[in-house]
Design a protein around this ligand. Structure first.
Ligand code: GLA
Length: 387
């Protein structure tokens, strides 16, 4: 929907008034490399997409917040004089979690009518939820003049997801949504939160996102299990070396200390995290050097480690990646995001994009009985107001 259509929908829902309507946007993200490292204090390298969530906001001179979306029928209303209550698994929990975080900081909003509209595939692992959180945080901060900076809004949105929604995610998704820049990827150290915007010079190449369209059943609980396994591995290492998280170890240190982790699964999880940090640093060096072939090779190795050591891929993601790698013109291909379904990301030579989509799509359908969706990714800006 374009801006005018959104305003028509808004007026249809909430009526016409004299008050101003403001429009905001926050994107989804795709992560190029550095997976399941963020909550381990490691490195990530995501970029913001050109699709995400739009939000129209108008003050309504009341003590009520009305929430609606063009994507689902379910609507919400909350009274600002009462505590915010979680509503089952509804999409409304994302904005409510954010409002609740503002409230905890004694930053009180007034009554508003809100209309959300997402053009990002829902539940595909491209961070539709982080984009809802970030657009809410960014919009409320401007409309009510709270004066928080982007990084504070990113952290606030992550807390909303951890504490209100109840998903123990790291900071990558909210960070990419809030801080992205067109044609740049974000190299973030999730321990210090130092970051660099790295220009993506992919001459004659495209980033292709392929959605498995596999439902990500129980993904949240499996995600939390992986986190807990990493924490147990840290505990085991602490018997000899005082580390805060797995990313305090380099490869050589890990090799010397890994015997302390008695549980074989935990050891594999830890090995993924440490090798993935190493790969991410190498990948960024390759990009700086203009060596895109090495970057692609590291993407492939990242997927293999997520499949064999972290065990978060599954048949659908593995099939998409295997088929992608058969195409002459694929530079690298891997799963992106949490895994357990969701999407892959591939770097593909421009002249091979058509055959990539046709041949990978055909083989995937034959092997899994599912239909994949393909997107040629455009790398866009982080949260912004559109007026
Ligand atoms: C999800 C989480 C992120 C990150 C990735 C895996 O997208 O929300 O914080 O942990 O999984 O890299």
């Amino acid at each position: 929907m374009n801006k005018e259509q959104l305003k028509v929908s808004f007026a249809g829902l909430y009526g016409e008034t004299e008050d101003q309507i403001d429009l905001f946007f926050s994107p989804g993200r795709v992560n190029l490399i550095g997976e399941h490292t963020d909550y381990n204090g490691g490195y990530v390298f995501p970029c913001a997409l050109s699709f995400g969530t739009y939000l129209l906001v108008r003050k309504n001179q009341s003590r009520k917040v009305h929430l609606a979306t063009t994507n689902f029928d379910h609507r919400g209303e909350v009274n600002l004089d009462e505590p915010f209550e979680k509503e089952g698994k509804s999409w409304i929990n994302y904005p409510l979690g954010v409002l609740n975080e503002f409230r905890k900081m004694a930053l009180e909003i007034e009554g508003v009518d809100l209309l959300y509209s997402g053009d990002i595939p829902h539940g595909a692992g491209l961070s539709s939820s982080a984009s809802i959180e970030m657009v809410t945080a960014f919009a409320m901060n401007l409309v009510f003049g709270f004066g928080l900076d982007r990084m504070e809004l990113v952290k606030l949105s992550q807390r909303a997801e951890n504490q209100f929604v109840g998903v123990n995610c790291g900071i990558m998704d909210q960070f990419a949504s809030g801080m992205g820049a067109a044609d740049h990827a974000l190299f973030l150290n999730c321990d210090t939160l130092d970051f660099e915007r790295v220009p993506l010079k992919l001459e004659a190449m495209k980033i292709i996102i392929a959605n498995t369209n596999k439902r990500r059943g129980l993904a949240d609980s499996k995600y939390n299990v992986r986190r807990a396994q990493c924490e147990s591995a840290v505990e085991a290492i602490r018997k000899e070396k005082n580390i805060r998280h797995l990313s305090d170890l380099n490869l050589a240190e890990f090799q010397n200390l890994s015997h302390l982790i008695k549980d074989e699964e935990q050891k594999k999880r830890a090995r993924h995290v440490i090798t993935e940090n190493h790969r991410t640093l190498s990948a960024i060096r390759s990009l700086h050097d203009g060596d895109i072939d090495s970057f692609g090779k590291l993407m492939n190795e990242s997927h293999d480690s997520l499949r064999d050591d972290y065990e978060v891929t599954g048949t659908e993601l593995d099939t998409l990646v295997d088929e992608a790698r058969k195409i002459n013109g694929t530079i690298g291909s891997r799963m992106t995001g949490a895994g357990f379904g969701g999407c892959t990301v591939s770097i593909v030579r421009e002249d091979a994009v058509e055959s990539f989509i046709r041949d990978v799509g055909k083989a995937y359908a034959e092997k899994t009985g599912l239909t994949a969706d393909f997107y040629v990714a455009e790398i866009g800006d982080g949260s912004k107001q559109i007026n």
